[in-house]
Design a protein around this ligand. Structure first.
Ligand code: NAP
Length: 250
C-alpha cells in the first residue's frame, strides 16, 4: 500500500493475527486506529483480522515479519510508519512458550523464548522510539505476564522474558517520558487462547484454582486494557504494569 496521509492515529500490533493480538487489533480499530497486523506464519489469520478491523471503518493491512530478526523488526516498524504516514502506537504482543523444568531445559529453549518475547520487543522499540521521539508522541505497550512478576515452575525461560519486558518498559518510560512517549506493560493472567489451550488439564486446573475471579480471562478483556493505555487520554501513565488477571497476582 502506498503512503497515506489521513488524520486517524495508527497502530502496529506484533503477532496480531490471532489470540490476544487479534483482540487488540480489533479493540484499536473500534477505537478509531488504522491498524498494521503483524504475523510470522499465520497469514490467513492475519488477513481475517485485518478484514475484521476494516469493518470498523478504518484501514488495516498485514505485514509479515519474524520479530526474532533485528532487520525484520526495523523493516516492520518502518513499513508500518510508511503505510499510514505515522505510527502512534506499538504493541509488542508476539510471544512464545517452551515450558520445561530447568533440569530438562536446554539453552535452545531459553534462547527461543528470550529471542521472541524480549529481544523482539527490544528491536521493535528501538526503531519505534526513534520515530515517536521525532513525532513527540507515542504509546508503547508491552505484553508481559503475571508470571513475569511472580515466577512459575516450568516456565523459567518465559518468566525471565516477561520480567525482562518489565525492566525494558520502565527504562524506556524514563528515557522518553519528557518527549510525549509513554511506555507501559500489560500483564495478563490466565487467558483463553491457543497458548493456554496447549496446557495439560492438570496445569489448567492448577492455574484456574489460583484465580480469585474463578474463571479464565478473555482476550478481549486484555485488549480493553491495552486500548486504554494506547489512548491519548492515558498521557500521564507511564512505566506501569497493569495486571489483567482476575486477581491472580494479588
Ligand atoms: P498465542 O495465541 O500463542 O499467539 C501468539 C502470537 O505471537 C501469534 O500471533 C504469533 O504469530 C505471534 N508470534 C510468535 N512468534 C512470533 C515471531 N517470531 N514473530 C512474530 N510473531 C510471532 O498467544 P496469546 O495467548 O495470544 O499471547 C499473546 C501475548 O500475551 C504473548 O506475549 C503472551 O506471552 C502473552 N500472555 C498470554 C497469556 C495467556 O494466558 N494466553 C498470559 C500472559 C501473557 P504467528 O501465528 O503468525 O506465528
Amino acid at each position: 500500500m502506498s503512503e497515506q496521509n489521513n488524520t486517524r492515529p495508527a497502530a502496529l500490533v506484533t503477532g496480531g493475527g490471532r489470540g490476544i493480538g487479534r483482540a487488540i487489533c480489533l479493540a484499536l480499530a473500534k477505537a478509531g486506529f488504522d491498524v498494521c497486523v503483524n504475523y510470522a506464519s499465520s497469514a490467513a489469520a492475519a488477513e481475517q483480522t485485518a478484514l475484521d478491523c476494516q469493518a470498523f471503518g478504518v484501514q488495516a493491512v498485514t505485514l509479515q515479519a519474524d520479530v526474532t530478526d533485528p532487520v525484520q523488526c526495523q523493516n516492520l516498524v518502518e513499513a508500518a510508519a510508511k503505510t499510514f504516514g505515522r505510527l502512534d502506537v506499538l504493541v509488542n504482543n508476539a510471544g512464545v512458550t517452551a515450558d520445561k523444568l530447568i533440569l530438562r531445559m536446554q539453552e535452545a529453549d531459553f534462547d527461543k523464548v528470550l529471542n521472541a518475547n524480549l529481544k523482539g520487543a527490544f528491536f521493535c522499540c528501538k526503531t519505534a522510539c526513534k520515530l515517536m521521539m521525532r513525532q513527540r508522541y507515542g504509546r508503547i505497550i508491552n505484553l508481559s505476564s503475571v508470571v513475569g512478576l511472580h515466577g512459575n515452575a516450568g516456565q523459567s525461560n518465559y518468566a525471565a522474558s516477561k520480567a525482562g519486558l518489565i525492566g525494558l518498559t520502565k527504562s524506556l518510560a524514563k528515557e522518553f517520558a519528557a518527549r510525549g512517549v509513554t511506555v507501559n506493560a500489560v500483564a495478563p493472567g490466565f487467558i483463553e487462547t491457543d497458548m493456554t489451550a496447549a496446557m495439560s488439564e492438570t496445569a489448567r486446573e492448577a492455574a484456574l484454582s489460583a484465580v480469585p475471579a474463578g474463571r479464565i480471562g478473555r482476550a478481549e478483556e486484555v485488549a480493553q486494557a491495552v486500548a486504554f493505555l494506547a489512548s491519548a487520554e492515558a498521557a500521564y501513565i507511564t512505566g506501569q504494569v497493569l495486571c489483567v488477571d482476575g486477581g491472580m497476582g494479588m
